[in-house]
Design a protein around this ligand. Structure first.
Ligand code: GDP
Length: 444
């Protein structure tokens, strides 16, 4: 996962002072040396590191910390606040034009994830903001790019405007906006041409598109895995075009995180979205304070809740609660739950959002294996409806049949049946505890 090395080192360093009743200037100095190294190793721009350390040091040896009752915790708070500030402070939201359509120009070098992000952004605008964007294919130099956008449009059930590869991108962009006006789209997202490197031709063309479309947003898509290169690319694009924001892709990979931590400070352009995977729902608004908390192992419960809200059906959740209470939870419910949790993303990413999860050794070694979940799913799907509802009827010969049907071993079927029984017992205990609480007059 992204930021892993940095998160580990910062958390270890801060752990040493966290509980201290007294923090001396010398403690702060030692700590800052470690923080500095951790940031440099995470490929954060050296000037940014220097400024960051100076700020934290100044605050950490000031009255705010040394004279407080809990100096150890105050130091952590200062680091958290400064990390947040480094990444832009407040969340930078996507623009909304006073008069629709809002025009978004997507720019970037080839391979950064521009076309994919165009599709993801359209999906986000529809899902989260109930908007209906028009996608415009203006990348005429890579013929596959138009097809790629058309395919994304089909997957999303959204219209894509293109004029093939023989019309100039400037003309395509202009006509795309006219079309969006005619058809009352509230957003137009223009996928412009990428190049392998920044060159004058590219910048001229983008400047012309900017001139003619007068966009509300120019979003640069950069690949987080390229570290400081991403920062340099951002700087060049910003100097020549004036960016309004950055989409940082591939943060689901094991990038060290340097780009995320440097881009805002170096280029004064905020990261607005992060790409967390190849799928069309793997785009998240970037929240600096949540990212800082995640890096410092303080969890990101808010993002977790938001994920759950988009992926878990509330009515179903209520039904489930009822089933748990009345002990009528079956393998069918289990399968449904499994599918819902999996729709939230890779499990280790979800676990990473829990406070303190990074510090828990058990979790670290627990590689949540998607394959294993596939096996569980296969086993449950090989059960008959009756078996799913009444697993106690599953005798030896049925077990053999289920094992065969799912391509797993009888031992695995046994293990799952046992886990399911244990889970039901646990639910029973939990619901008894709940009842006890209610009786105790907690005003439930
Ligand atoms: P473009 O040349 O900039 O338009 O790049 P594409 O949109 O074609 O993306 C290049 C590759 O990066 C594709 O294989 C995408 O699936 C992949 N990609 C894009 N965004 C992400 C991301 O956030 N995470 C991961 N893992 N892959 C991504």
């Amino acid at each position: 996962m992204a930021f892993e090395g940095l998160a580990d080192r910062l958390q270890q360093t801060l752990q040493k002072v966290r509980g201290k009743g007294k923090v001396t200037e010398a403690d702060v100095k030692v700590m800052m040396r470690e923080v500095r190294l951790a940031l440099l190793e995470a490929d954060v721009n050296f000037k940014v590191v220097k400024q960051f350390i100076a700020k934290v040091k100044e605050r950490a040896i000031g009255q705010e910390v040394l004279e407080s009752l809990t100096p150890g915790q105050q130091v952590v708070k200062v680091v958290n606040e400064e990390l947040t500030a480094l990444m832009g402070g407040e969340q930078s939201k996507i623009a909304v034009a006073n008069k629709p359509p809002t025009v978004i120009m997507m720019v970037g070098l080839q391979g950064a994830g521009k076309t994919t992000s165009t599709g993801k952004l359209a999906n986000h605008l529809r899902k989260k903001h109930n908007r209906m964007p028009l996608l415009v294919a203006a990348d005429v130099y890579r013929p596959a790019a138009i097809n790629q956008l058309q395919t994304l449009g089909k997957q999303l059930g959204m219209p894509v405007f293109d004029l093939g590869t023989d019309t100039s991108p400037v003309e395509i962009a202009k006509r795309g906006i006219e079309k969006a006006k005619e058809e009352h789209h509230d957003y137009v997202i223009i996928d412009t041409a990428g190049r392998l490197h920044i060159d004058e031709g590219l910048m001229d063309e983008l400047a012309q598109i900017k001139e003619i479309t007068n966009p509300d947003e120019i979003l640069l898509v950069v690949d987080a895995m390229t570290g400081q290169d991403a920062v340099n690319v951002a700087q060049s694009f910003h100097d020549q075009l004036g960016l309004s924001g950055v989409v940082l892709t591939k943060l689901d990979g094991d990038t060290r995180g340097g780009a995320a931590l440097s881009i805002k400070s170096v280029t004064n352009t905020p990261v607005k979205f992060i790409g967390m995977g190849e799928k069309l729902d793997a785009l998240e608004p970037f929240h600096p304070e949540r990212m800082a908390s995640r890096i410092l192992g303080m969890g990101d419960v808010l993002s977790l809740i938001e994920k759950a809200q988009t992926n878990v059906d509330e009515k179903k959740a209520k039904e489930l609660e009822e089933k748990m209470r009345t002990m009528s939870f079956t393998f069918e419910d289990f399968l449904e739950q499994l599918t819902q949790v999996r729709s939230m993303g890779p499990l280790d990413e979800i676990l990473g959002m829990l406070p303190g999860a990074g510090q828990m050794k058990q979790l670290k070694n627990l590689k949540v294996d998607d394959k294993q979940l596939n096996h569980v799913e296969a086993i449950i799907k090989s059960m008959t409806k009756g078996e799913k509802l009444q697993p106690e009827t599953i005798n030896a010969s049925r077990k053999k049949r289920i094992a065969k049907g799912s391509g797993r071993s009888v031992q695995e079927v046994n293990r799952l049946l046992k886990q399911f029984e244990d889970m039901k017992k646990m639910m029973k205990q939990m619901s008894n505890m709940q009842k006890g609480k209610k009786k105790g007059g907690m005003g439930g």
